[in-house]
Design a protein around this ligand. Structure first.
Ligand SMILES: Cc1cc2nc3c(=O)[nH]c(=O)nc-3n(C[C@H](O)[C@H](O)[C@H](O)COP(=O)(O)O)c2cc1C
Length: 206
């Protein structure tokens, strides 16, 4: 497909087709979180997820997960999950949480992750992450191929002191001091500490 760019040069658009997954052919930016759930034996599971999103402006949060994962089964059975947003310095912790299960379906790598108890739901939070949500499972929508959307109602949110926005604190300075971890799918990550104010149109609203 040919199109005309502003500078007059021809820009090629490449058709990817949809007979295979499109996601590996370009980069996208996402948050990277660690979802915590309670296992059947009373222990806690942690798993990284990047297909995550606020669900509107009210306090709902969703992530995509396959029913084949322990996280899905636990969030459905227990009716609760936690979400921790790791800092860039914790990228290895996020990776360790995805190590394969072995033996009795256990994930021994989780022993290396420092956690603290959740405050409202039964669960754990990844220690030193800058933001945590404690959620009650609200709705599970199956059927996106092999994947499902797990939607939760946020029943508590906890932010580390250095990451909280305040009226007496410059947003850009905050991000320099407490940078964000971005997952650049597929397979890369970035530390976000340089940002610019969005050029909102005067009078624009949500
Ligand atoms: C960087 C990264 C991002 C991931 N994002 C997702 C995701 O958004 N959804 C998903 O279902 N799995 C995702 N995974 C894979 C699972 O979280 C992973 O397989 C996990 O170990 C499953 O554990 P569980 O069986 O304890 O739930 C991701 C893995 C990595 C390393």
């Amino acid at each position: 497909m040919n199109d005309q760019r502003e500078d007059g040069a021809a820009a090629e658009l490449i058709r990817l087709g949809v007979d295979h997954r499109v996601w590996d052919r370009f980069f996208q930016v996402s948050p990277l979180v660690v979802v915590g759930t309670k296992e059947l034996d009373g222990s806690f599971d942690l798993a990284p997820k990047h297909m995550v999103t606020p669900l509107g402006w009210d306090n709902f949060f969703g992530f995509v997960c396959t029913p084949a994962h322990g996280t899905y089964v636990n969030a459905r059975r227990e009716g609760a999950f936690t979400v921790s947003f790791p800092r860039p310095s914790q990228v290895l912790s996020a990776s360790l949480a995805a190590a394969p299960r072995c033996g009795e379906d256990e994930k021994p790598s989780l022993a290396l992750l420092a956690t603290r108890p959740a405050t409202v739901v039964e669960g754990v939070l990844l220690k030193d992450a800058y933001l945590h949500f404690e959620c009650r499972t609200e709705k599970i929508v199956d059927g996106f191929g092999r994947n499902s959307l797990i939607a939760g109602r946020i029943v508590e949110a906890l932010v580390e002191e250095d990451a909280i926005r305040r009226s007496d604190r410059d947003d850009q300075e905050l991000l320099m001091e407490a940078p964000l971890l971005a997952y650049i799918a597929p397979g890369r990550y970035s530390e976000v500490n340089q940002t610019m104010a969005f050029p909102f149109h005067e009078g624009s609203s949500r």
